[in-house]
Design a protein around this ligand. Structure first.
Ligand SMILES: [Zn+2]
Length: 155
């Protein structure tokens, strides 16, 4: 067994790498712009939702491109309105920062062979954990906060 780093540690490293470790509410445009500077050749584009449906956002490592549905991008830029949209965009950013190879979305198809699907599911689950820690890192959360306070980071 290799000694895996925790999702919190990885998320913290990514926040520092992008220079946003001091920020509380992360703005998707800021993260995407910083990602573009940090990862050579990486870019993002908004697309018609139908192009990537049922995914809201999708990272393709071959093209080094994050495609984001226009509706998702619009929703993600309104603070505290649409948690799912922001989470989906940051989830793809974590794939990029993690150097994950392949084409990813948050709703993997069911046609993959079982062995691969299992690995993909594990990678998706760990990416989700890192994404949550990236959006709401422990060091910015006070002990006396309520669950509702913490949840506001995620929306
Ligand atoms: Zn994913």
């Amino acid at each position: 067994m290799k000694n895996a780093r925790s999702a919190e540690e990885i998320a913290r490293e990514y926040r520092k790498r992008l220079g946003v470790d001091h920020l509380q509410w992360l703005d998707p445009m800021t993260i995407l712009t910083k990602l573009r500077h940090e990862i050579s050749g990486c870019d993002f584009a908004t697309v018609a939702p139908g192009e990537i449906a049922p995914a809201l956002a999708k990272w393709d490592s071959g093209r080094k491109l994050i495609r984001i549905g226009e509706d998702t991008f619009a929703a993600a830029n309104i603070p505290r309105s649409e948690g799912r949209a922001r989470f989906s965009i940051f989830h793809e950013a974590i794939h990029v920062l993690g150097g994950h190879e392949g084409a990813f979305n948050r709703l993997p198809g069911r046609s993959e062979i079982p062995g691969y699907a299992q690995k993909l599911r594990a990678l998706e689950a760990s990416t989700d954990k890192i994404t949550a820690a990236f959006m709401a890192p422990r060091h910015l959360i006070s002990d006396n906060w309520s669950v509702e306070d913490v949840a506001l980071f995620l929306v």
